[in-house]
Design a protein around this ligand. Sequence first.
Ligand SMILES: [Zn+2]
Length: 388
Amino acid sequence: MSKLYSISATVSAVCVVMILIFVPPLVEKARNKVAPHKPFVISEKAQKLHQNLLVGDLHADSLLWNRNLAERADYGHLDLPRLREGNVAIQAFTAVTKSPKGQNYHSNPDDVSDNITLLALVQAWPPNTWDSLLQRALYQAERLQQLAQKNPQQLKVIATRQDLEQVLASRAEGSQQIAGFLGTEGSHALEGKLENIQRLYDAGYRMMGLQHFFDNELGGSLHGESNAGLTRFGQQALQEMERLNIIVDLAHSSESVVRDVLAQAKRPVVISHTGIKGTCNSPRNISDQLMQQIAAKGGLIGIGFWDAVCDVSPEGIVRTLRYAIDLVGVEHVALGSDFDGSVTTALDASELAVLTQTMLQQGFTETEIRRVMGENLRDFLLQYLPQS
Ligand SMILES: [Zn+2]
């Protein structure tokens, strides 16, 4: 009997190990695809300009997946080697903590079971992340901090303006160090407690989305059921985020929440990743008029690389950038790739030069290219991150 028991325990253990080794890459390969394409041919002129740019991106969900981001993978969209190849200087790392089953752009209830629980299990995340959204955010922050500790020449997690200035100075001397900063996809990770804003801040979070795909304690999602505005708790959370100099991200928020925040916020806000309704009439995107109001208050809008721009080709992304510049002004447009955000893109982080080339081909000025590719993000962070 005990022999039988030990055989079955061994078989079970082997099965669990096999699942932990083989399933996570399979899941990620299915979720974060790059559309097959021949290598992009980049002209010498475009490559030279691209190497001269300060490149920054407002949104990537790479911490959700177990890949070692210090190594170049042949799947997913982003890791440190590919960021270097793409000449990226500033990268947001945004933490997904809950994703409803059957997730869609139209309507998601807030009480259905959640895909991240199973993902946390098969990726062998610590048990305290299995049922706590807060712990999932803290765990992802810890992963980024450890990545930077192990690869200090390559990555610095920036918490202050001075941290960013240090990375910029080191790059000016020829390093390829990347400034990474932490953001959340929605504030359900607060678990309804205002004091958890400070807790996430202490873990390094400097940008917080208010909603993701479902309504939460702070207010309505653009893809939720209520279309509600900011709740009383949402108003208090906004005040606390502003007190701590946390950048507020309205991606995925209902139009009512966007209007409420614009009426109450004292600091500019961002939309870290979006398309523009005027070029892509998707329920994923808020109205052009609200985009203009965000920009008029000094905000920054990150244009995505996935189906929120409808045409995800480099030409399609650049057409959206052009439209956004004409709509809100060049100072308010940035990149918001949504790399590794369970999306299919036409390029990965190593191939960003194709955007520079396409902008040149479509008649963008060098100033427009510089601003959009990263200087707007740099300047925004230098103005709105906390002082040390
Ligand atoms: Zn998102």
